[in-house]
Design a binder for this molecule. Structure first.
Ligand SMILES: *Cc1c(COP(=O)(O)O)cnc(C)c1O
Length: 398
C-alpha cells in the first residue's frame, strides 16, 4: 500500500542525500537541450569554473561522471591503479575500508594504516608507513577527508606535512564527498593531486553525479598506467567537445542543478557557508553532550577538533536499538536521521547537518530526536534543545 501523504515539511538529516534547495530543484526540472546548442558548452564551462573556485584550484582539470560517489572512486582507481599498484589507504573506518576494497577489486594492493574508533587519521602513522616504503612502491595515498560513517574528519594540512616529512613522491588523493561545501578545502594549497566528490551531499543536488579534479602530476600518472579503461578515462575525456568530455551524453539536469547550487554557495560566500556549517555542528554537539548526561549515549568522535561539521555520529549503549529510534523519529516526528554503517550498524545513529541547512531545521531535528528518545524510553539529559539554542546564541548567530 502506498504510504499516506504527510502534511508539512519532513526534515531530512541524512548526511547524503541532503535537502535540495528550491533553486536547484527548478534548475534540474528544465527541458534537455540539443547537444549542439551553444548553451550546453556554456553550462559545462560554468560548472567547471565554479567547481575550481569551490575546490580552490587553478591547476586541476574537472571531470564529471553520471555516477554516484563510488563511481568517483572508480574513476580514480581506473586511472591510477594498475594490477599490482600499491596504494596507501589510511584507516578512517567504513569509507576507507570501502575504497581500499575497491582498489583490491582492480588488482591493486591496498595498504592500510590502523584505525582507532573515534579518532582521525594519525599523521605519524601515515609518515611512518611512507618512510618504510624506501623503494617508493606506494604510488598514491587515498585519504577520506570526512568519514561519513563515524562523523570524523582528518586534518588534511597535517597529512600533507606527513607526506612531505617522509619525502615520499606518492600522489595525494582526497575524497571530499562528505566535506566539500561544508568544511574548508584548498586543493592547490594542500598539494592535493586528485579530489573526488559527488553531487548529493554538500553540493545539495540530487544523487547521480560524481566529479574528480585532477592535476598535471596525476594526469601524467594516468598516462603511464597501462590498465585498460574507457568510460572513466581522463585522457579520453580531455576534449573541448562535450560529447567526448562526458564519454557520451552529459547529465544535463545535474549540470543545471550544479550551476544553480554553485551560484547559491557563491552568493552566500564560501566562508559564510563554512561558518554556518561549523555553527550548526556546534549546536548539535552541544545537544548531544547534554543528552549524554543521561548515560545512554555519547558523541562517537572523541577528539573534539576531529568532529565533522557535516555529520555527527552518536553512539548508544548496548540494549538501545538506534534503528527503532530512527523509525520513531521518521514516522512519528517527521525527522529522518541516519543509522550506523558497516561495523557501526546498531551501535550509532547519525544526524546529518550539511548542505541546505539552517537553525530552524537543526532545532526541529534535535527536538524530534529528543521526542523519539522519550518514546523509546532512552535515558537522556533533558535539556539538549536548550543547549543547542545556547550554543547558537553564544557564537553570535551570524
Ligand atoms: C557518501 C560517500 C561516499 C559514497 O558515495 P555514494 O554516492 O553513496 O556512492 C564516498 N565517500 C564518502 C566520504 C561519502 O560520504
Amino acid at each position: 500500500m502506498k504510504p499516506a501523504r504527510i502534511p508539512g515539511l519532513r526534515l531530512l538529516h541524512s548526511p547524503g542525500p541532503t535537502r535540495v534547495p528550491d533553486e536547484v530543484v527548478s534548475a534540474m526540472a528544465r527541458q534537455p537541450m540539443d547537444l549542439a546548442d551553444p548553451r550546453v558548452s556554456v553550462l559545462i564551462a560554468a560548472c567547471e569554473t565554479g567547481m575550481k573556485e569551490l575546490l580552490k584550484t587553478d591547476r586541476a582539470e574537472i571531470f564529471f561522471y553520471a555516477a554516484n560517489g563510488h563511481g568517483g572512486w572508480e574513476a580514480v582507481i581506473s586511472n591510477l591503479v594498475a594490477p599490482g599498484t600499491s596504494i596507501l589507504v589510511p584507516g578512517t573506518g567504513h569509507f576507507s575500508d570501502g575504497w581500499a576494497e575497491q582498489v583490491e577489486a582492480f588488482g591493486g594492493r591496498a595498504l592500510r594504516t590502523p584505525y582507532t574508533e573515534g579518532l582521525p587519521i594519525d599523521p605519524a602513522a601515515l609518515q611512518a608507513a611512507l618512510r618504510e616504503d624506501t623503494e617508493h612502491r606506494i604510488s598514491a595515498v587515498f585519504v577520506v577527508h570526512t568519514d561519513t560513517a563515524s562523523g570524523t574528519s582528518s586534518d588534511l594540512p597535517a597529512l600533507r606535512r606527513a607526506i612531505d616529512a617522509a619525502a615520499h613522491p606518492a600522489l595525494f588523493v582526497v575524497d571530499v564527498v562528505a566535506s566539500l561545501g561544508a568544511a574548508p578545502f584548498a586543493m592547490d594549497e594542500l598539494g592535493v593531486n586528485v579530489a573526488v566528490g559527488a553531487s548529493q551531499k554538500g553540493l545539495m543536488l540530487q544523487p547521480g553525479m560524481a566529479f574528480v579534479a585532477v592535476d598535471e602530476r596525476a594526469l601524467e600518472a594516468a598516462l603511464r598506467n597501462p590498465a585498460p579503461r574507457f568510460y572513466w578515462d581522463w585522457l579520453r575525456r580531455r576534449s573541448e567537445q562535450s560529447y567526448r568530455k562526458f564519454c557520451g551524453t552529459p547529465p544535463l539536469a545535474h549540470l543545471a542543478g550544479l550551476e544553480a547550487a554553485l551560484d547559491l554557495i557563491a552568493a552566500e560566500g564560501l566562508d559564510n557557508v563554512h561558518a554556518r556549517h561549523a555553527r550548526l555542528a556546534r549546536a548539535v554537539h552541544a545537544a548531544v553532550a547534554c543528552w549524554a548526561e543521561g548515560g545512554a549515549l555519547r558523541l562517537f568522535t572523541k577528539a573534539p577538533l576531529a568532529r565533522s561539521v557535516s555529520v555527527t555520529a552518536i553512539e548508544v549503549s548496548p540494549g538501545i536499538d538506534p534503528e527503532a529510534l530512527r523509525a520513531v523519529a521518521r514516522e512519528r516526528f517527521q525527522v529522518a536521521i541516519a543509522g550506523g554503517l558497516g561495523p557501526l550498524h546498531g551501535r550509532v545513529f547519525r544526524i546529518g547537518h550539511l548542505g541546505d541547512m539552517n537553525e530552524a531545521m537543526i532545532l526541529g531535528c534535535l527536538a524530534g530526536v529528543q521526542a523519539a528518545m522519550q518514546v523509546q524510553n532512552i535515558a537522556y539529559g533533558r535539556h539538549g534543545v536548550e543547549a543547542a539554542i545556547a550554543s547558537l546564541l553564544a557564537v553570535g548567530g551570524r
